[in-house]
Design a protein around this ligand. Structure first.
Ligand SMILES: C[S@@+](CC[C@H](N)C(=O)[O-])C[C@H]1O[C@@H](n2cnc3c(N)ncnc32)[C@H](O)[C@@H]1O
Length: 240
């Protein structure tokens, strides 16, 4: 009966608790990477992401052509202090918009890019949650979401991805790089009020959002004891 009903892991997510947690974390690489900033994680992650983007460009020439013909503006979602923009997206995009709701992180983005002489790549910093983000139509060559989608409830994630689809230029893609549980079950994490999703859950939610999975790859070489990390390349389903 209802007294025994087990709630889905994402039912426990509180957006306010998540913002409180992240606001108390130092605005550093170590902070956004949960204390793994001084391990091999950041370098391995960056190398893996660059290789994945290059591979997808090789395998899907329409994607590469789209960047050349229509422009190469990117969007970094749940951007933290701009680590992914600084180390990965700046190598591919002419300009990058960043979505990050936590004030000290959003303020740090400009400083991180300035240090690396990358201010010319900085587009808009949108200080909002992804649940409130609606990209302008057909604005982006690609949208990159890394280590942040667990902050959204399932239904909001599907809606968010649907809105992202409309924000893609022709032949643009959505990239997702996230932890996966090692089981078929999603797990709630009380620390930052997020869920870690099983690979199967992501695939189901992508499908619900009208996205076709082009490719997926497990990040190799991460420090021991972490969840598996998977990168996904997605495009709007042709019939949606
Ligand atoms: C683990 S950090 C990852 C940051 C960055 N993507 C990276 O890989 O360096 C998670 C990020 O998600 C952000 N975040 C939390 N809730 C969010 C929401 N509702 N919408 C967008 N970002 C959110 C946090 O503020 C934090 O910057």
């Amino acid at each position: 009966m209802s007294a025994n009903k087990i709630e889905a892991p994402d039912a426990h997510i509180s957006y306010a608790d998540a913002i409180d947690y992240w606001t108390g974390v130092p605005a550093t690489v170590d902070g956004v990477l949960g204390g793994f900033g001084h391990t091999t994680l950041p370098k391995t992650d960056v190398k893996g992401s660059i290789a994945f983007l290059r591979r997808i460009s090789r395998l899907y020439p329409a994607f590469e052509e789209s960047g050349k013909k229509l422009g190469s503006r990117g969007c970094d979602v749940g951007a933290g202090i701009g680590r992914v923009t600084r180390d990965v997206l700046s190598k591919f995009c002419s300009k990058i918009d960043l979505v990050e709701p936590v004030v000290p992180f959003a303020n740090q983005i400009r400083i991180e890019l300035e240090r690396k002489n990358l201010l010319d790549k900085l587009g808009d910093v949108l200080q909002i949650g992804m649940q409130d983000f609606t990209p302008d139509p057909e604005k982006y060559w690609f949208i990159w979401c890394q280590w942040c989608l667990g902050q959204l409830k399932d239904a909001h994630l599907v809606e968010f991805l649907r809105r992202c689809k409309s924000g893609l230029q022709k032949d643009g893609l959505i990239f997702v790089k996230e932890n996966n549980t090692s089981t078929l079950m999603d797990e709630f994490d009380n620390t930052d009020s997020s869920v870690t999703r099983a690979d199967q859950s992501f695939r189901r939610l992508f499908d619900e959002a009208g996205l076709e999975l082009l490719d997926a790859e497990v990040q190799q070489g991460l420090p021991q004891g972490l969840f598996p990390v998977r990168s996904y390349a997605l495009r709007p389903k042709q019939d949606s």
